[in-house]
Write a protein of this length. Sequence first.
Length: 184
Amino acid sequence: ATAGTFAGAIGLVPLFLVFLKIGLVVFGSGYVLLAFLRADLVVPGLITDRQVLDAVAVGQVTPGPVFTAATFIGYLLAGVPGAVVATVAIFLPSFVLVGLVHPIIPRIRASAPLSAILDGVVAAALGLMAAVTFELGRVALIDVATVAIAFVALILLLRSHLNPVILLAGGALAGLAARMVGWI
C-alpha cells in the first residue's frame, strides 16, 4: 500500500475521531472493528473492502492486530501522521478506561445487571462480526480456490484448534500455489 493512498480524503481530526469511536466501542475480539471500518471508511468511499481485508491480514501476523490494522489504515489515508493519529486514537479509550475502572472492578464483576449488560454486548458483537464476515467474504471469496482455502481453514480451526498464525501461513501458501497453477 502506498502512504496516503487516499490522502486528503479525510483530515487528521476526522480520522482521529473515527478511530477514537472505534476504540471506545470495540469490546472483546477486535473483529468488531470491521463493522465500524466498513460504516465509517468503506461506505463513504475512503477505503475499499479489499484494503480492510489487507489491514486485517497484516494485523493477524503481528502482535496487537487491532492496533496494527488501525495503523495500516491510518497510513493508507494520511501517511505517517495518519498512522500515528489512528493508533493513538484507537488506543486512548482503553488506556483511560482501565485507569478509571480498575478501582471498581470487584463491584462490576459481582453485579448481576452489569453482567447481563456485558452478555448483551457480547451477543451484539457476535452479530456484528457475523454480518461483516459475510460482507467481507463476498469480496475475498472470489472463486472456487479461495472458497476451498477458506473452507479447509475453517474445518482445521474447528477440528484441530491449530494456531491461527499457522492457518494464515497455510492459507498464504495455498493461495500462492493456486495462483501458480492458474486457479486464482
